[in-house]
Design a protein around this ligand. Structure first.
Ligand code: NI
Length: 192
């Protein structure tokens, strides 16, 4: 089932999310719905608060990015392999490596894209959908998407990294999103 995506301005996007247990009601169905919602909106990552659940769960599938690589991208990101993964109760161990810039967007903040600086590598502990424990190190675009989704379960958004000036320049767009004045080809849930 495709779920509506929570829009910028909704308080749930600012919550530090809670861990879950394997007994979380209808978890498999929830994860299946998150995949369906992600693909329906052509996204590469989706976090539970974006579908109105304040829990530490996010899904990532970067195949879309890697498949759309042009010649220059292939040269720029030679080691990039697509990752499809469910992350449950993730805890970041560290961000390392050089800061680099990438043009980010977010399904909760449609029509806003900005260059954001983040470290190249992320290391984190997480459980997969079978509640098996993993520790993983990810680089490049894969790390980027994970860092973005991880921020969601910590109540953070990519626009938080923008300068005050840049924030001022997109304020009208953000206000419009909060007020439901944005058109998307996927369903959204706007703040009351
Ligand atoms: Ni996002």
């Amino acid at each position: 089932m495709i779920l509506p995506v929570v829009a910028y301005g909704s308080p749930i996007l600012r919550k530090v999310c809670d861990d879950i247990t394997a007994a979380f009601p209808e978890l498999n169905k929830l994860i299946a719905d998150m995949w369906e919602t992600l693909y329906n909106s052509n996204g590469v990552g989706l976090a539970a608060p974006q579908i109105n659940k304040p829990i530490r769960l996010f899904v990532v599938d970067t195949v879309q990015i890697v498949e759309d690589f042009n010649e220059e991208d292939i040269r720029k990101y030679p080691n990039e392999k697509p990752l499809k993964q469910v992350f449950i109760n993730a805890r970041k161990i560290e961000d390392t490596g050089n800061m680099w810039s990438y043009n980010e967007g977010c399904l909760s903040i449609p029509k806003v894209r900005e260059d954001i600086q983040r470290p190249n590598t992320v290391r984190l502990k997480y459980l997969d959908e079978n509640f098996l424990a993993h520790e993983g190190t990810f680089h490049g675009i894969t790390a980027r998407v994970i860092q973005h989704e991880y921020d969601h379960i910590e109540g953070k958004l990519f626009i938080d990294y923008l300068s005050i000036l840049k924030r001022r320049l997109i304020k009208k767009k953000l206000d419009d999103i909060s007020n439901g004045k944005v058109k998307t080809d996927y369903r959204m849930l706007f703040p009351k």
